[in-house]
Design a protein around this ligand. Structure first.
Ligand SMILES: [Fe+2]
Length: 276
């Protein structure tokens, strides 16, 4: 199964730019690249910060862009988003029994659990008792299905202090709910960080990818401000098989020279003699 992971599209009103870039233009370029190279993907998931200010016009502009994507797409909320406006512009958005944008999707690779870590008024992640109950229930009732979690905020600190300060507030409670089921969770895809990051938490592999618009520079010494950068935008391609998950990070606007590095004759290259 093939999953396209897009994150932090940060749409603004049409015609406006954000930190020197047009988020719509950049997502449109990603969509064109996905349509061209990954039309066989099963699904794309955008892990939050769909918009920058939560404006209705921004959500409508995002809807307009996504109408050109040829594969199915699902979205979750980030700290910059507005739940009610998202629901009004995307009425097909699935809400849980408490009105949060949380959804269960069964796909060939297993069960996707889409989580809502948004709380109006804060950039930190918020996962209240109602949402924890929802997650615990689905972790308990999913049997032996392989599980995949999607959330905007990472589940643990990433050792980037400014980003960790706006991390998941209820990280301890979240860990307590997830830990008994960690062996069933094959991967956590998150957003928020605007950088490529991979690792594991509770032995669960996890990854995120750069924003399609603006990035966070890697600076482990910075304490007080979020260092921005104009590193290129990216999306990720996750190839999920029963015994492996491979995540490729793709700088889809890269314009550097491409060339043939060598011609591979498989028979020759795979024999021990050829390796000498
Ligand atoms: Fe973001």
């Amino acid at each position: 199964m093939k999953l396209i992971h897009i994150t932090d599209t940060h749409f603004v009103k049409p015609g406006e730019t954000l930190l020197g870039h047009d988020p719509k233009e950049r997502l449109n370029a990603a969509i064109a690249d996905i349509n061209r190279h990954h039309a066989d993907a099963d699904i794309a998931v955008i892990t939050g910060d769909l918009t920058h200010w939560g404006h209705q016009e921004a959500f409508e502009s995002l809807k307009d862009s996504l109408s050109t994507l040829t594969i199915p797409v699902k979205m979750i909320l980030g700290n910059h988003d507005d739940r009610a406006i998202m629901k009004s512009v995307f009425p097909e958005t699935v809400l849980d029994e408490n009105g949060f944008v949380q959804e269960v999707i069964d796909l060939p690779a297993g069960r996707f659990l889409l989580l809502d870590t948004n709380l109006e008024g804060t950039h930190a992640g918020w996962y209240c008792d109602d949402r924890l109950d929802w997650l615990e229930r689905h972790l308990e009732t999913s049997g032996d299905l392989p599980l995949f979690l999607f959330m905007h905020h990472p589940p643990c600190k990433l050792h980037l202090e400014p980003m960790d300060r706006i991390g998941l507030i209820q990280a301890d409670a979240f860990r307590d709910v997830v830990e008994p089921h960690a062996h069933k969770i094959r991967h956590i895809f998150f957003g928020h960080i605007h950088r490529p990051v991979a690792g594991s938490w509770l032995d669960i592999p996890m990854s995120t990818v750069r924003s399609t618009n603006h990035q966070v520079w890697l600076d482990f010494t910075n304490r007080d401000t979020i260092p921005g950068s104009s590193e290129p935008p990216a999306y990720a391609i996750a190839l999920i098989e029963s015994d492996s998950i491979v995540v490729h990070f793709h700088d889809y606007l890269d314009a550097s020279e491409k060339y043939v590095m060598g011609t591979v004759d498989y028979e020759d290259w795979q024999t021990p003699d050829a390796a000498e």
